[in-house]
Design a protein around this ligand. Sequence first.
Ligand SMILES: O=C(O)[C@H](O)[C@@H](O)[C@H](O)[C@H](O)COP(=O)(O)O
Length: 293
Amino acid sequence: MAASFFFAFRRAIFTIAKLILPLGGLYMLMPSKSRAKTNILKFKSEDQVAAALAKYVADLSDKSIKEKGSFSVVLSGGSLIHTLRKLVEDPYKTDVEWSKWLIFWVDERVVPLDDPESNFKQATDGFISKASTNLLPVPPPPPNIYAINDKKSPKGAAEDYEARLKNLVQIKTIPVSKASGCPKFDLMLLGMGPDGHVASLFPSRPQRKEKKKWVTFITDSPKPPPSRITFTFPVINSASEIAMVVTGSEVADAVKVALGGGRGWGGTTLPCTEVSAEGELTWFLDKDAASKL
Ligand SMILES: O=C(O)[C@H](O)[C@@H](O)[C@H](O)[C@H](O)COP(=O)(O)O
């Protein structure tokens, strides 16, 4: 009696195990946030970075527009705009469906939109105005280009930008990340400073630790000008794809910390090491930036 019960029980266990184990295997194959893929692309020159970046962005744009009719891109300031130059040359200039782009800024200086220090102005002059007349952001900027409200204080501009993002999520123009509840942009194009800052999240400033707000502000930025708004890491890290576009020898030490297992100065971690994408994070490095890897 006991023996037949034992064998029946054992058979039941094996049957259940056979059903559950493969699912466990599937789980292991499922990408999790911690296993989001990182690609490190090293090029001989900044010009080669620019060429590779143009193809990467154009391909993502094409895929996103085919899938959902739009492409949300978040720009940084600084040298990124120059490195995007080949995207507004042929063949991409004519191939990309610019009118389906939604353009945002991961950070912005709180200055008038026509101020030479404005990321909006730098992007308009250096990139957007060359892309297509559909995108020409004559003041006020067209609806698909989300410049900050430059009439507000840093705090007000951050709150205003966050409110606009919340509305875009509510009307489903921008999807929301199931993992974080934050807006999920298709692509974020980030630069990095020599101190390892990304956006306007600096090693020595508290904004890098902000976990609730989507957009915050700073008035004592170590990188001038002092007043900026910036996405926070919960939003940055909810992006489908992130490209870290990093060139020049002055960032080689920060690249080594981010990718070579180094530690920040004084043992601190650097903001650049906190960047992760829900899809793929791709580093575009020239030889100088990668020289200490
Ligand atoms: O508004 C800004 O200043 C930028 O968004 C900033 O985060 C920039 O991306 C880095 O400072 C790198 O700048 P460079 O590429 O010019 O070195």
